[in-house]
Design a protein. Sequence first.
Length: 272
Amino acid sequence: MAEKDQNYLLGTHDEEIARLGLQHRVWRPRVLDAWRRAGITEGSTVVDAGAGPGWASVDLAEIVGATGRVHALERSERFLAYLNAVAAQRGLDNVSTHNLDLVLDALPVANADAFWVRWVLAFVSDPRAVLAKLASTLRPGGVAVIHEYLDYGTWAFAPAQPMQEAFRDFVTADWRASGGEPEIGRFLPAMLPEAGFRIKELRPIVDVVPPTNFVWQWPASFAKTYPEHLVQTGKRDRAWADQVIAEYEAAEKNPNAMMVTPMVLEVIAERV
């Protein structure tokens, strides 16, 4: 496995590709609506920054059509190989993949109509530098469409789940200790104008759902896999991880349980 792939917290294996696919399916209706409101359409050139295995890239490629182009920027070679295979299978020859690091490398795109970024700025070591680079990929008047966490602390349960709250708080602290900022959305209204953008729309997104709602599966896919990572890296012990997973699974079996999801900020901004 390439070094860049090894740096992914949950890896780039088949199970993680499937988890990211589930996550994208949960968010897909809102993503499509945001792209529509931002003006992404037939013939658009769009940058998918931090594309992962390309679930969004494929949707974008189908929207922009044969006269448009999608540039998928991603540091994982394995993710890009998966995207290339899916694009070929679907006959999408309007996807260009670029193996690069958003922080360290130059971005080989200019005069694009839009860029899309989701849960990437929260993980990079220098989000301001990444925003400046992404701005340079756009033509004047080009748009940025961004989904990033605004308030991770809204992730909660009724009835209360003490181990889930402990898990949430540990993840947040560990995230910051690793150099990321889980609530990067709080800073975007100031950072975007600094990068040359005029903000057009700001929308908070949070749901309250029972276990039967499809949205439940988005945090569930993380809560059932990330504790294992914490054990493997020696950050938590097996007993703690098993408690987190068992409590989550018990909540799923409770027809009266409700979950409040982590709050996400949706931003649509125009390059000045």
